[in-house]
Design a protein around this ligand. Structure first.
Ligand code: PRT
Ligand code: ZN
Length: 300
């Protein structure tokens, strides 16, 4: 059992795109934890803070129901749930207290290349497939576009080819999924990143002071991001994709490779944490011999 009066409960995604970053953030704030036998709870050993590992869609509800004091999930989910709660007459279900600068993506319209649709204004009388019906509905209403919203829980991008919708509105990060499905990306209606939400209810003074400490530590962690020096070999054609994949990087140094005309060596300083996922994405973009080194000092 977790002591509700004295221990802060933080809901984070159990398994998905935000899990590694969120656990990493809490650990960098100094948290040491042990996982319960069911793996669903991480018990803080050196802070009165426990982690609940759940599906991201459940996080706003857990905070709104006061089961958790804090939650970390994408703003996309937070805004969708906020709209849902508002429809049910529940205002102020949680507040966003920090933007965490990872999990970046955008909720954007997508129009099949084969269709004549080019912009949201063309959607009157058409069907839009999305996993974010409340956000999309609110946008269409505000823009006075009489389109029908069709809810899809996953694989939204195949809705048009299945004949289930004329356009989509889905999360995009690299844009590869839309492209692969012959969909042209259109207007962004929400820019998203991972955020911390907090219950609007009062919490005990003891817990409040720990929440404040945690936030201070998070700010510290975000300020002194570990810079890395990254070196790799890459096809010349992949240079723009590689720059885009590296978070917080400056213009790369590009050097010729002896005896290779199509490949170059790329050196870049990256001011943000480089995760395995980033390295895998670099590899997928064509990079090889990727080396990541710590930067000891830097004079900008
Ligand atoms: O099981 P659970 O419900 O917890 O996880 P989930 O499958 O719902 O979520 P998950 O792990 O896929 O994503 C968690 C959060 O990561 C999202 O709520 C977003 O805030 C954030 N995020 C960042 C993304 C993306 N980038 C992203 N690219 N979430 C999903 N995608 C999907 C998108 O839906 C589309 O299918 O990736 C595809 C598009 O990617 P690109 O790179 O091809 O454009
Ligand atoms: Zn989910």
């Amino acid at each position: 059992m977790i002591d509700k009066e004295t221990r802060i409960k933080v809901a984070i995604q159990k398994s998905g795109r935000l899990t590694e970053h969120s656990l990493d953030l809490l650990q960098r704030c100094g948290l040491k934890y042990t996982r319960g036998r069911d793996q669903l709870i991480g018990y803080g050993e050196n802070m009165p803070l426990d982690i609940l590992l759940v599906r991201d869609d459940d996080i706003p509800g857990l905070v709104r129901d006061d089961i958790c004091d804090l939650g970390i999930c994408g703003l996309n989910i937070v805004e969708e749930k906020r709209q849902e709660f508002a429809t049910d007459g529940i205002d102020n279900p949680f507040s966003v207290i920090r933007e965490l600068d990872y999990g970046h993506c955008r909720l954007a319209f997508g129009y099949p290349e084969s269709s004549s649709l080019k912009q949201a204004a063309d959607l009157g009388g058409k069907r839009v497939a999305t996993s974010y019906p409340a956000i999309v509905q609110a946008y269409l209403k505000k823009q006075e576009i009489p389109a029908e919203v069709v809810e899809f829980s996953g694989a939204v991008e195949i809705a048009p080819s299945l004949g289930r919708a004329d356009a989509i509105c889905d999360l995009v990060s690299t844009g590869t999924t839309m492209k692969a499905n012959r969909i042209t990306e259109g207007e962004t209606i929400l820019d998203s990143e991972a955020v911390i939400i907090r219950t609007p209810l009062e919490i005990s003074a003891e817990k409040q002071s720990w929440v404040e400490r945690l936030l201070q530590r998070i700010d510290g962690v975000m300020q002194v991001r570990e810079s890395k020096y990254i070196m790799m070999h890459a096809p010349k054609t992949a240079l723009s994709e590689i720059s885009r994949l590296l978070p917080g990087s400056e213009a790369p140094t590009v050097l010729p490779l002896e005896g290779k005309s199509d490949k170059v060596a790329v050196h870049v300083v990256c001011r943000e944490t480089v995760f395995w996922e980033t390295l895998e994405n670099l590899k997928d973009a064509g990079a090889s011999s990727v080396l990541v080194m710590p930067v000891e000092k830097m004079l900008a």
